[in-house]
Design a protein around this ligand. Structure first.
Ligand code: 9D3
Length: 251
């Protein structure tokens, strides 16, 4: 199914510059997804084309005005199939994750609304938002980078976007464990550091076990919450115990 994204933003050049590359660029070229920006400034009707104003109650910064953003959202929505969703990007939103990306891949279309300055007039969210999303607990300057992250994460899940090998890999991992370490040539670097011997030996069963052990061990050490509620097989538990009995990595 074709996925249509519309990005409501005061910085349309940011969207154009980012989506032309890599997996997203290929999906657009092949007609599997469409992306276009809609600028609220084009819908501002006053002589200064203003899109923001001072906050009621006082305080620093500016707030995005309802009228120009609302008109931009409605114009964007008219370009999309019925049932498309309106997603605001903002620090108060629900945390975006892979499960939501998978759900969104079935939506057919979405309008991604990017904030700037202190944020949106609350009445805009009340009237137009189906949901509000955040990337996590850090401060961005606006929603554009977050909208691009959503577009990237969703586009790579669309049927036909990734090659068969990449899709199979994505399916088998699907966000459950952190990845194992990777190595490529040269076998020994200038500073003398080599590659784990098991990866050079050609014993595919030993390599599978080492990679699984690394994935389990790194997940347990770095992101223990990802293992909560996951039942380990006897083999996995033994590999993890062995890893945890070993030396503690730094960082
Ligand atoms: C420094 C201003 N902050 C005062 C408490 C509030 C604030 C307003 C607007 C903080 C960030 C922003 C702009 N951020 C986004 O639009 C945004 C965002 C983010 O900052 N972090 C994680 N995810 C997202 S999605 C959109």
């Amino acid at each position: 199914m074709m996925m249509q994204f519309r990005v409501v933003t005061l910085f349309p050049e940011m969207v154009a510059a980012a989506v032309g590359h890599g997996v997203c660029g290929r999906a657009l070229e092949r007609g599997l997804a469409g992306v276009a920006a809609v600028n609220p400034r084009d819908f501002a009707e006053d002589p200064h084309r203003s899109v923001d104003d001072r906050p009621y109650g006082g305080g620093p910064g500016m707030v995005l005005k309802v009228a120009p953003v609302q008109k931009a959202i409605r114009a964007a929505r008219e370009q999309l199939p019925a049932g498309a969703r309106v997603v605001f990007l903002g620090p108060q939103g629900r945390r975006f994750d892979q499960a939501l990306a998978r759900e969104m891949a079935g939506w057919g279309g979405m309008v991604l609304v990017c904030g700037r300055y202190e944020g949106f007039d609350e009445r805009l969210l009340e009237a137009e938002a189906d949901c509000e999303l955040s990337l996590g607990d850090f401060v961005l300057s606006g929603g554009e980078v977050a909208a691009l992250a959503v577009i990237d994460a969703v586009t790579r899940l669309l049927p036909g976007v990734l090659g068969d090998e990449e899709s199979a890999q994505a399916d088998s991992f699907s966000g459950e464990l952190l990845d194992h370490p990777h190595y490529t040539r040269p076998e020994v670097l200038e500073d003398g550091r080599g590659v784990p011997a098991v990866l050079l030996g050609g014993n595919h069963e030993a390599i599978r076990r080492w990679r699984l052990q690394q994935a389990l061990g790194r997940t347990s050490r770095r992101r223990p919450e990802l293992l909560q509620g996951r039942v380990l097989t006897a083999e996995e538990q033994q590999l993890l115990d062995e890893y945890l009995a070993g030396p503690v990595e730094t960082e």
